[in-house]
Design a binder for this molecule. Structure first.
Ligand code: FNR
Length: 350
């Protein structure tokens, strides 16, 4: 699948300001272009004469079985891509047997997502109002979230993006999307009002990991880790897994791409906890590279959003199915019939 073509189709159907928000990356488009190019800069050393007549992509993530290591990243404001928002995304995920992350900034009530049958992890921004943060966590648990993904790479609700100004502050949305109410759909209007002017806490240190784990009884995945030493500290502080991510190049524009950060993180903690990766993956071949470098699974962001915008549930399904089909092809050509056969020696770093 040419994701760039799908993106152009999405751009044609979305209001400009919505497309710009989905597409935006820190400091302008270069940071995202670099993230995508980073995956493609790895080369492969395929095996030959291996029996690939049966290729197996099923695995587990934190104990949840999934048919494929291609998972859906938590993304805000999906109702701006399609009125069904995460209901459609989750329905596609349920049909395929994978898993999705659900953003703090989803407009869709948790119960609607659970009703699709898809397993989901709640992505948490620790808000400066800790009580409301706890309310969100309690509701996520009540509705069946299976893990908490603590996003650690964005502090403050506005992303630093001088090249393409965008923000998740409700007031920044244009009237067409009606999206100003479409944020924090799991808080009551009164709670949202109380949060008004509030933001993501900037003072959450490592102890917040244990606080979340105790509050919820769920495993905590720390998202946005780009360094082995941070991964080590997160795991020592109680993280059950780490997600190597540049937030799709939406955080610090000059960060190294997650493709280049993954091996360091895997070396630091990969023998103890599951390591996942996202940002810039645009094909199943990129997923194969990520798994060979030690990731347990890969989360896909914008390509899913483009699928949702152009085709709703069926569009998301097509994107996920295509990534998995491409992964199967890559495994076949690499002579790696199982996920365990995707080993670092198959990959040559640029
Ligand atoms: C995101 N991402 C994100 N991450 C998060 O932890 N909480 C969030 O609310 C959001 N919202 C969000 C909105 C949009 C429109 C995008 C594109 C991304 C980041 C997301 O989880 C993931 O890290 C990246 O999208 C992965 O990169 P790619 O696949 O988009 O390149």
């Amino acid at each position: 699948m040419d994701v760039a073509v799908l993106e152009r189709e999405a751009a044609a159907v979305l209001p400009d300001f919505v497309y710009d928000y989905f597409r935006a990356s820190g400091g302008g488009p270069e940071s995202l272009t670099r993230s995508i190019a980073a995956w493609r800069s790895f080369l492969h050393r395929p095996h030959v004469l291996r029996d690939t007549s049966r290729i197996e992509t099923a695995t587990t993530v934190l104990g949840t079985p999934v048919t494929s290591p291609v998972l859906v990243a938590p993304m805000a404001q999906q109702v701006a891509a399609n009125p069904a928002g995460e209901r459609a995304t989750a329905a596609a995920v349920a049909a395929l047997g994978t898993l999705l992350g659900v953003s703090t900034n989803t407009a869709v009530p948790f119960g609607d997502i659970t009703a699709t049958g898809a397993p989901w992890w709640f992505q948490l921004y620790v808000l400066s109002d800790r009580e409301l943060t706890a309310v969100l966590l309690d509701r996520a648990v009540q509705h069946g979230a299976r893990a908490i993904v603590l996003t650690a790479d964005i502090t403050g609700l506005a992303h630093p993006s001088p090249g393409a100004a965008y923000s998740v502050e409700p007031g920044e949305w244009g009237p067409e999307a009606g999206a100003s109410a479409a944020r924090l759909g799991n808080l009551t209007p009164e709670e949202r009002e109380r949060l008004h002017g509030g933001s993501i806490a900037r003072d959450s240190g490592l102890p917040v990991i244990a606080w979340i784990a105790e509050r919820t009884g769920l495993p905590v995945v720390v998202k946005g880790v780009l360094r082995g030493d941070d991964a080590r500290r997160a795991v020592d502080a109680g993280a059950a897994a780490v997600l190597v991510s540049t937030h799709g190049a939406r955080a610090l524009a000059s960060s190294i791409p997650s493709a280049f950060a993954l091996a360091d993180v895997v070396a630091a903690v990969g023998s103890e906890v599951e390591v996942y990766v996202d940002s810039g993956l645009r094909s199943g071949t990129d997923v194969a590279t990520a798994l060979a470098l030690g990731a347990r699974a890969a989360f896909i962001g914008r390509p899913v959003m483009w699928g949702l915008a152009t085709g709703g549930e069926a569009g998301v399904r097509r994107v996920l199915e295509t990534f998995t089909a491409e992964l199967v092809t890559a495994m076949d050509l690499l002579g790696a019939p199982t996920l365990a056969d995707l080993t670092p020696d198959l990959v040559v770093a640029p």
